[in-house]
Design a protein around this ligand. Structure first.
Ligand SMILES: [Zn+2]
Length: 428
């Protein structure tokens, strides 16, 4: 008897979709139609815990072993015939953006779960263990920056690095994490880091399934994106400090108007980041003005800068120039530039994208290689073990919004590709 072909893995589309929709109820945002309902599930919130408990209940019925680490990363382990072999790791995150969709992150966790269940349902014993992971705080929506769980796991920062980070209610990350760990005190603990699992070995490979969050796959009529790497990001906060004045009485020549200097700074940054090839991404997405009154000259203006590029040299050079360009642009106020987050571009070890490509081809799925424009946990996990990602199409490229949508059939295709990839890696 030949080994069963990957097409034989019994991924159950209806079960998979039903689980996704049950998760979408936890933090549901009502929408104009059933296809436009969103999710608001902040990390380490009671809703986040409810979602984790639901997943843990399902894991119990399937027979996976649960453990968590000191930053709340959740692991569900399918044992291998060689329990000491380096495990194959697959998952994503369960938190959402405040006005987020039903698929970003959570699909990658449930896809890994369904893939493992399909392998078990097929009666296949894998040589390597397979672990499903849900990383803590990928989105950075409640506590910035994102990807804290995977960064701490990969040893890039200790969990204590974010102790003082606060959410808008003034709760610190440390308080939220301690509360969360107390609520999950009944769950077995594992040591933080790549060798913290029962195998005591760093993962053999990591595969993250995720919606594309961009328009390419849909536009090209494809099923699968084989992700070759992730562009780098640098985030800054620029603060312009001037002097408040009455809008009716203060002559313009005597003002230190923070808004006017902010406009000069942003205009100069537009020139700095101009890229005729349209590869560089420069965004000012958040602006705060104080006192934010229509008849008062602002004394403070604060804005965010999000800079991304797949080439580390360009990312470093343009990012390093930001402070100088801002200082040269402001005319009447003082400016400070602070870097809040920094992730270098990642090129995935070719072994994982090649395994994804083989899996997609064996299932007759239409696939192409692409780089991820958004950052993901795989960026940090990739510094520890060979990693890669599987994208499925996002309707109109929309994400971080209730209109985010991928059909049940498209998700099931991605999960079949993931299952075949995990099986391939777990038998090697
Ligand atoms: Zn995500």
């Amino acid at each position: 008897m030949p080994d069963p072909a990957p097409t034989a893995l019994p991924v159950d589309e209806a079960r998979h979709w039903s689980r996704l929709m049950q998760m979408a109820e936890l933090g549901a945002i009502p929408g104009p139609s059933p296809e436009d309902r969103g999710v608001n599930r902040p990390c380490l919130s009671p809703l986040d815990r409810e979602a984790r408990r639901l997943l843990i209940r399902w894991a119990g019925t399937v027979g996976l072993t649960v453990s968590i680490d000191e930053i709340g990363n959740l692991f569900l382990r399918h044992e291998g015939t060689d329990p000491s072999a380096a495990p194959v790791l697959s998952g994503s995150h369960m938190d959402s953006q405040p006005n987020g969709g039903r698929f970003d992150g959570i699909w990658g966790v449930l896809a890994a779960f369904e893939a493992v269940q399909a392998i078990r349902d097929a009666g296949i014993a894998t040589r390597r263990p397979i672990e499903v992971v849900a990383w803590t705080n990928e989105e950075g929506g409640r506590f910035a920056p994102g990807c804290m769980g995977s960064m701490a796991w990969a040893g890039i920062e200790p969990p204590s690095a974010w102790d003082a980070v606060t959410d808008t209610a003034g709760t610190t990350f440390r308080q939220a994490l301690d509360e969360h760990l107390a609520a999950e005190a009944d769950l077995p603990r594992r040591a933080l880091g790549p060798t913290g699992g029962p195998s005591g070995r760093a993962p053999h490979a990591y595969v993250e399934a995720h919606i594309e969050q961009g328009p390419l796959l849909e536009a090209e009529g494809l099923d699968i994106g084989v992700v070759s790497g992730i562009q780098g990001s640098r985030w800054f906060t620029v603060e312009i400090s001037g002097k408040t004045d009455h809008a009716g009485t203060a002559p313009l020549r005597l003002r230190q108007d923070a808004v006017q200097d902010m406009l000069r700074a942003i205009t100069a940054l537009n020139a700095l980041t101009h890229d005729p090839a349209d590869v560089l991404r420069f965004t000012v997405g958040k602006v705060e003005v104080l006192p934010n009154s229509s008849n008062t000259v602002a004394d403070t203006a604060r804005f965010s800068v999000d800079l991304r590029h797949p080439d580390a040299t360009v990312l470093m050079a343009r990012g390093d120039a930001i402070a100088g360009v801002v200082q040269a642009a402001v005319r009447h106020c003082r400016a400070t530039v602070r870097e809040r987050f920094h992730a270098l571009p990642t090129t995935f070890d070719p072994r994982v994208p090649e395994a994804v490509e083989r899996a997609a081809a064996s299932l007759g799925l239409r696939a192409r290689r692409l780089a991820s424009g958004a950052f993901h946990d795989a960026q940090f996990v990739g510094s520890v073990c060979p990693s890669g990602m599987i994208f499925v199409p996002s309707r109109a490229g929309i994400s971080h919004h209730p209109a985010e949508y991928t059909s049940s059939a498209q998700l099931a295709a991605g999960t079949r590709a993931l299952a075949a990839t995990l099986l391939d890696l777990a038998q090697s």
